[in-house]
Design a protein around this ligand. Structure first.
Ligand SMILES: Nc1ncnc2c1ncn2[C@@H]1O[C@H](COP(=O)(O)OP(=O)(O)O)[C@@H](O)[C@H]1O
Ligand SMILES: [Mg+2]
Length: 233
């Protein structure tokens, strides 16, 4: 579904991603793990189109999308839940969700809304409350739900477990596994490598802007160097 070949990305003169190549096949969960500052968010933003590409090629469903602006990538089927959630605090939960569907022309937003409320029932309970009144975990659910409202083919999740208590991390992970079970394709960025690799079909380890290791989730979980550097073992 997604192919990234020799991707370079930079902030001004500072190059942050160096020759990154990866693939995501339809129906997979692919985990992208690595330390703080490795370039994971930059890669996600380059894929969603909010960060310009310096070199290389991004192919989505067979078409090169390097020059496609972010809002049109959403229409093609790429939707991102950004790091730090970025919900619209003063707006209600439901308005946040509806904004996720603003590019849709298929009339399916109402059905998606019901589906997201089934996935995260607490959002249904709190649908009339301002998003800023939600807990961190609930805001994370809202950010994922808002991304799902675009009816994506490829869901980009940037650090969905960041700063959450273990019970909430479990709920988010369960939801990600449920989405995969329904056929969603997911690229999952996590500093929490063990959690991400445990549910991933395949994974990539990003080290200072380069892919250092790749393989199945199980292979990476068992890899001595990955264990030492990212799993505290
Ligand atoms: N807006 C920005 N301007 C300049 N440098 C940035 C910006 N955002 C991130 N960086 C730098 O790019 C590198 C990668 O950051 P980031 O992609 O956020 O990594 P990660 O998500 O893996 O923690 C870091 O060195 C970071 O300081
Ligand atoms: Mg990040």
């Amino acid at each position: 579904m997604l192919t990234v070949e020799g991707l370079f990305s930079a902030y001004g003169r500072i190059e942050v991603l160096h020759d990154v190549s990866l693939e995501v096949a339809a129906g997979e969960i692919v985990a992208l793990v690595g330390s703080n500052g490795a370039g994971k968010t930059t890669l996600m933003r380059t894929l969603s189109g909010v960060q310009p590409i310096r070199g290389g090629r991004i192919t989505f469903e067979g078409a090169t999308i390097n020059a496609v602006p972010a809002h049109l990538r959403v229409s093609l089927g790429i939707s991102q839940s950004p790091e730090g959630r970025q919900v619209f605090g003063p707006l209600s939960v439901e308005d946040n969700l509806r904004l996720g569907a603003y590019r849709r022309r298929d009339g399916g937003a109402q059905a998606s809304l019901a589906r997201i409320y089934d996935l995260f029932p607490v959002l249904r309970e709190k649908r009339h409350l301002a998003a800023m009144g939600l807990s961190g975990g609930q805001q994370q659910m809202l950010a994922i739900g808002r991304a799902l409202m675009a009816a994506p083919k490829l869901l980009l999740l940037d650090e969905p477990s960041l700063g959450l208590a273990p019970v909430l991390i479990d709920q988010i992970i369960d939801a990600i596994v449920t989405l995969k079970g329904e056929g969603m394709t997911i690229l999952l960025v996590e500093q929490n490598a063990s959690t991400a690799l445990a549910i991933a079909d395949r994974g990539y380890v990003l080290e200072t802007g380069r892919i250092a290791f790749q393989g199945t989730g199980a292979f990476l979980l068992g890899h001595p160097k990955v264990r030492e550097a990212y799993l505290g073992a």
